[in-house]
Design a protein around this ligand. Structure first.
Ligand code: FES
Length: 571
């Protein structure tokens, strides 16, 4: 009997091993069950996740590689999340998906896993689930779609939806042209082509060491994605023989590298909540402050939408992620290894930048300090985020009067009311959008501006919310306010006209209302009625157990690891 995990199912000649082998033979030879690693391909391909719908083809390339290296590949469809499709918000289902992946990997006779993801929540869920089982695992990011063009300009997924819809509201673009642009935006298979959450999480997965170095950002239709998928299939078999588990790859050092990467690429704020959750699964000590500390002074080197000009295909053409990381090599932790067993930094020396308009030189960054800033104050005692790279410099220090919305529905109902008491200096406040309050922490923090201000030429305002923001969005938006309003945060007590103070340099977010007034408001508060309270199903379980954004919004009973060993069996 060999010492593979799958040998617990297949090793021996008793009734149980007979049952396991016989049903899995499917034409396989005897030696398939004697010393050959069985590799799950955790596959998030789904027609309802259009960004991942090509992953079945990727899985075929993985299979070739696994067979070549002596393993047995096993396609394992897992829950998939189409960011633009699922209601009420994909984040409600990230933890459910992670739990399903964890439990099915634990329950199944597999020695290693290849994680096929792409759309926003899929790579985080795959990494969280695999981390809690802690077997050899390698990620294959499905890659971005090709650049689309409209009216002669490149179209960024998501980012241009926000821009063009604001043009429609401002009266500078017809609805007919707006709808016509849809086909130009989504031109090929793949995930969003801006530096949104999917592109960010692909880069983060590579910086964590969990991918074949050089794969992140390879466009979905590019044949090199299949080539590297084939190679990843070979590699995971090697990882099983070497005993290289996900916990050997994702460490405090590799998370440091992911945070540096997040800043250098101007990545999505969503990576913060996902990295906190992944670290929690592995027992790695990571806090919001680490993002501020490690990201401080990291230059923004990538000129990509939503904050810049180009798209993911351009980044790939200009040298890709490794060329970016080569320029910040001195900021990376040299000991952090990748799935290959070699350090990430060992892949950087021969990288080159082919277009300095897309990837800036370290000496001439697009911004000196691109790290995500963590704000604190009475309005966010355990923390809130702002992405300075996406904000307006003139609003980074601001005092304004609150215009409060109880929910996203309340916001939509009133934001364009000509009588709404709002001006360009106001602070738009949206509550009820945290993990518990919505539930699921939707991407609504980048509230559209009031129509009358848009028409007057205003393009940014300070916004404060306990929800998240799409990685493709931009603006001076304070998000992930913790604790959220539904968990007793002061955000629940803000009233129209209250002064809010934002000071990004001083890392402050304050509600400038006397303490005794707030005490009185807390006694008579009725806002809790506005928060969701489902009676059954996953949403009920989620609300009862979800943690706040500042620790990763994981369920309290999913933090940590169950490990790969399952002792009992029923046959
Ligand atoms: Fe799937 Fe953007 S909608 S990555």
């Amino acid at each position: 009997m060999n010492n593979l995990r799958s040998a617990q199912w297949y090793g021996g000649h008793d009734r149980n091993t007979y049952l396991h082998r016989a049903w899995m033979r499917r034409g396989l030879p005897d030696d398939a069950f004697d010393g050959r690693p069985h590799i799950a391909i955790a596959n998030t391909a789904s027609d309802l996740t259009p960004c991942n719908s090509h992953l079945n083809e990727v899985a075929e390339s993985v299979k070739h590689g696994v067979y070549e290296a002596g393993g047995i590949p096993l396609n394992m469809p897992v829950p998939s999340l189409g960011e633009t499709q699922v209601r009420p918000t994909a984040m409600l289902w990230r933890n459910m998906s992670a739990m399903a992946i964890e439990e099915m990997l634990r329950a199944s006779p597999v020695d290693g896993v290849v994680l096929l993801g792409g759309c926003d929540k899929t790579i985080p869920a795959l990494l969280m689930g695999a981390a809690s089982v802690d077997i050899p695992a390698i990620v294959i990011p499905g890659g971005p779609m090709l650049n689309g063009h409209f009216r002669g300009d490149a179209m960024g997924c998501g980012t241009d939806v926000w821009k063009l819809s604001e043009e429609v509201r401002a009266g500078t673009l017809s609805e007919k042209l707006f709808v016509k642009s849809e086909g130009s935006m989504i031109r090929s298979r793949g995930h969003c082509n801006t530096m949104g959450t999917a592109s960010t999480m692909a880069a983060v997965a590579e910086a964590l060491g969990t991918t074949l170095p050089g794969i992140a950002g390879t466009p979905a239709p590019d044949s090199r994605l299949l080539e590297m998928s084939h190679e990843s299939g070979r590699l995971v078999v090697e990882m099983v023989f070497a005993g290289r588990k996900i916990s050997d790859v994702i460490t405090a050092e590799s998370i440091h590298n992911a945070i540096v990467t997040l800043a250098a690429i101007g990545g999505s704020t969503n990576a913060v909540v996902h990295l906190l959750a992944i670290a929690g699964r592995l027992g790695i000590d990571l806090s919001l402050d680490d993002f501020d500390r490690v990201g401080a002074g990291v230059p923004l080197l990538v000129n990509l939408q939503p904050t810049g000009k180009y798209l993911m295909e351009d980044l790939f053409r200009a040298g890709g992620l490794l060329a970016v990381l080569q320029q910040v090599k001195d900021l990376l932790q040299p000991a952090a290894i990748t799935v290959t067993g070699k350090p990430l930094v060992s892949y950087l020396d021969d990288q080159e930048v082919w277009d300095h308009d897309v990837i800036s030189q370290r000496e001439q960054p697009l911004q000196d300090d691109a790290g995500i800033a963590i704000l604190r104050g009475n309005l966010a005692p355990t923390g809130a985020l702002i992405k300075p790279a996406a904000a307006s410099p003139e609003l980074m220090k601001h005092r304004g009067k609150a215009v409060v919305f109880e929910s996203i529905e309340d916001f939509h109902a009133r934001i364009d009311d000509p009588d709404l008491d709002v001006d360009a200096t106001s602070v738009l406040v949206l509550r009820g959008c945290g993990p518990k309050g919505y539930p699921g922490m939707p991407e609504v923090s980048n509230m559209p501006l009031p129509k009358k201000l848009l028409q007057a030429g205003v393009r940014d305002m300070v916004r404060v919310c306990d929800g998240r923001m799409s990685g493709t969005a931009y603006g001076t938006v304070v998000l992930h306010v913790s604790p959220e309003a539904a968990a007793g945060g002061l955000l629940a007590l803000v009233e129209n006209g209250d002064e809010i103070i934002l000071d990004v340099e001083g890392r402050r977010l304050e509600l400038n209302v006397p303490e005794e007034v707030l005490r009185e408001r807390r006694v008579s508060a009725t806002t809790a009625d506005a928060f969701a309270s489902p009676e059954r199903g996953w949403a009920r379980l989620y609300i009862d157990h979800v943690q706040q954004a500042d620790t990763g919004a994981d369920l309290d009973f999913l933090v940590g690891s169950s490990g790969p060993h399952v002792a009992r069996e029923s046959h």
